[in-house]
Write a new protein. Structure first.
Ligand code: IPD
Ligand code: CA
Ligand code: CA
Ligand code: CA
Length: 258
C-alpha cells in the first residue's frame, strides 16, 4: 500500500507545486484561516485516487464534510498543511496523509514538494526522509533544546487562547535554546523526527495536522503525549507535546506552570 500511496501523493505534489508558483484564489474560513483553490484541488485528487485504490478505508479530509465518518480504518488527509506559508511563498508546506487501522497509526507520508522532501513511516519499520532512516536528537537538556510551536487560528478571536500562547512562550523561552514557529504542524513533527528540533508543542490542532507526523516521529524514536504526559488522542486533546523523548518530562513540567 505504501508504494501506491507515495506514487499518488507525489502526483498530487505537482498540483501543490504548480499552485505555489501561481496566483492563488484565497478565501477566508475565518479571520486568520485561509484556504485556496489548490487546497481543494489537491484534496479532490487524493480522495478520488484513494477511494478507487483503497476501498476498505474511510477518508477524512480537512476541506470535506467529515460528519459521521468512522475513524477506525481511515485515511486522514491534510491536502496543504501550511496554507499561510503556501500563499506567501514560504517553502514549509506539505501534503500530509496518515493511514489508520483499528484506530491505530499504520502508515504515514508527509511530502513537501517545494523542497522535494518525502517523509514516510510504517508501524514498526522506522521512519525515513527520501530513503534515509531518521532518528531523534540525543540532547537531554531543555536549556540546549531548539523547540518549535505554533499559534492557533483562534488566537485572533479567543482571548483565553491568546493568553495561553503568550504565557507558555514566557515560561518556556528562557528555559530552552530558542523557539521556532515554522507554520506547518506536520513538518514540525518531522523535524523533531529528523533531530532538527528537540521538541514541539501546539494547541487546537486538528487530526489531519498531525495524523501522519505522529507516526513518523514515534518511528524515529520520539515521544508524543498530551500536556499531562498521557497518550495523545488525535480527536480530543487540546495540546500536543512531541519530543525526542529525552526532554519530554522537563518540557511538560514547564508547560504546566500555573
Ligand atoms: C495549520 C498549520 C500550522 C498550525 C495551524 C494549522 P493548515 O494547518 O499546521 O502550522 O499552526 O494550527 O491549522 O490550516 O495550514 O492546514
Ligand atoms: Ca487550513
Ligand atoms: Ca493543517
Ligand atoms: Ca490544510
Amino acid at each position: 500500500m505504501k508504494k501506491e500511496l507515495i506514487k499518488i501523493i507525489k502526483k498530487a505534489g505537482k498540483i501543490l507545486k504548480k499552485g505555489y508558483y501561481s496566483n492563488k484564489d484565497v478565501t477566508f474560513k475565518a479571520k486568520k484561516d485561509l484556504v485556496t483553490k489548490y487546497d481543494v484541488a489537491v484534496e479532490n485528487y487524493l480522495k478520488e485516487k484513494f477511494t478507487k485504490k483503497f476501498k476498505e478505508f474511510n477518508i477524512i479530509a480537512e476541506e470535506s464534510d467529515n460528519t459521521n465518518i468512522e475513524f477506525n480504518n481511515s485515511i486522514i488527509i491534510d491536502p496543504i498543511d501550511g496554507t499561510t506559508n503556501f500563499v506567501n511563498g514560504v517553502p514549509h508546506t506539505a501534503i500530509s496523509v496518515g493511514v489508520y487501522k483499528d484506530k491505530k497509526p499504520y502508515l504515514a507520508i508527509v511530502y513537501n514538494p517545494i523542497l522535494d522532501e518525502l517523509y514516510e513511516a510504517k508501524i514498526g519499520k522506522g521512519a525515513y526522509l527520501n530513503g534515509k532512516q531518521l532518528k531523534v536528537s540525543d540532547e537531554t537538556e531543555l536549556q540546549k533544546a531548539l523547540l518549535a510551536t505554533g499559534f492557533p487560528y483562534t488566537s485572533g478571536s479567543n482571548e483565553d487562547d491568546l493568553n495561553d500562547v503568550v504565557k507558555k512562550i514566557k515560561d518556556i523561552l528562557p528555559l530552552c535554546q530558542d523557539l521556532r514557529r515554522l507554520g506547518s504542524a506536520s513538518i514540525d513533527l518531522c523535524l523533531v523526527a529528523r533531530g532538527t528540533f528537540e521538541g514541539y508543542y501546539e494547541m487546537n490542532l486538528k487530526p489531519w495536522d498531525v495524523s501522519a507526523g505522529v507516526l513518523i516521529l514515534s518511528e524515529a524514536g520520539g515521544k508524543i503525549t498530551n500536556i499531562n504526559g498521557e497518550e495523545y488522542n488525535l480527536f480530543e486533546d487540546k495540546y500536543i507535546v512531541a519530543t525526542n523523548g529525552k526532554i519530554h518530562d522537563e518540557l511538560i513540567k514547564n508547560l504546566n506552570l500555573l
